[in-house]
Write a protein of this length. Structure first.
Length: 246
């Protein structure tokens, strides 16, 4: 009796699985037509190809910019009955040396949010290897992180992007330490000049009461003074001075 019951259940599961596969796959032709029409109607996706199996769209071919690769997948994801997208598109645009690409992106991101009050409290580091750009660091909000990613994605020569930027947790306690640390550093008679170029400030990252200083200073004395001023802020649990002397 138990064997019959087990066999019935297994048979039912197989039937349901086959039904689900058939239901998913029956839209493949419809999806393929829609995808092909969309791709062929988009100028920067003319070299992109597609195939569909069980509702999953696989994109191949090439584009000029990494952003074009992202756009292709985002357009397809919105189609009815699409259950997934495999993005195997190759970015085959202009070839730019890693050194040139790193310098260009570093400058663009440094000047991206000049004038915003949170600029001093964000730190994004860039590393480029074989056209693959890795972003690392911490930001107070999503906006500066997303803005940096958008700059990278639209830059010629970028082949792929690795996003390791973290958005810091919301904390009034940390906000208070940020403000106090910025005052302690920028109101110092020696360090105040680093506020004159808002694209290259002494960056103050605060995470759960722990302060880390990033950026470039002119000499060892400035680095030492910045560390002393940061350590004088009440409430900070620790200070790590990662300033680089240029």
């Amino acid at each position: 009796m138990r064997k019959r019951g087990f066999a019935f259940i297994m048979g039912l599961l197989v039937l349901l699985s086959l039904t689900a596969m058939a239901t998913t796959g029956r839209y493949d032709e419809q999806i393929q037509q829609a995808v092909s029409q969309k791709i062929h109607g988009t100028k920067h996706l003319q070299s992109v190809n597609s195939s569909v199996e069980d509702g999953i769209v696989t994109l191949t071919g090439s584009v000029n910019l990494y952003q074009d690769k992202l756009d292709a997948a985002n357009k397809i994801k919105k189609f009815d009955n699409v259950t997934g997208v495999r993005n195997d598109i190759v970015v085959a645009g202009a070839t730019v040396s890693d050194d040139q690409l790193q310098k260009k992106l570093t400058k663009q991101i440094a000047y991206d949010r000049v004038g915003y009050y949170d600029n001093t409290f964000n730190y994004i580091a860039i590393n480029v290897k074989d056209g693959v750009v890795t972003l690392d660091g911490d930001t107070v909000y999503d906006v500066p992180k997303d803005s940096a990613l958008a700059i990278v994605a639209r830059t010629a020569g970028v082949k792929d992007v690795v996003n390791d930027v973290s958005v810091l947790p919301v904390s009034r306690f940390d906000d208070s330490i940020r403000t106090l640390t910025a005052r302690a550093i920028y109101r110092d008679s020696v360090l105040g000049r680093y506020a004159s170029d808002p694209a290259h400030p002494i960056r103050i990252v605060v995470d759960n009461g722990h302060v880390t200083l990033y950026g470039t200073v002119e000499n060892t004395m400035d680095k030492t003074i910045a560390g002393i001023r940061a350590n004088s802020v009440p409430g900070a649990f620790s200070v790590e001075n990662k300033l680089i002397v240029d």
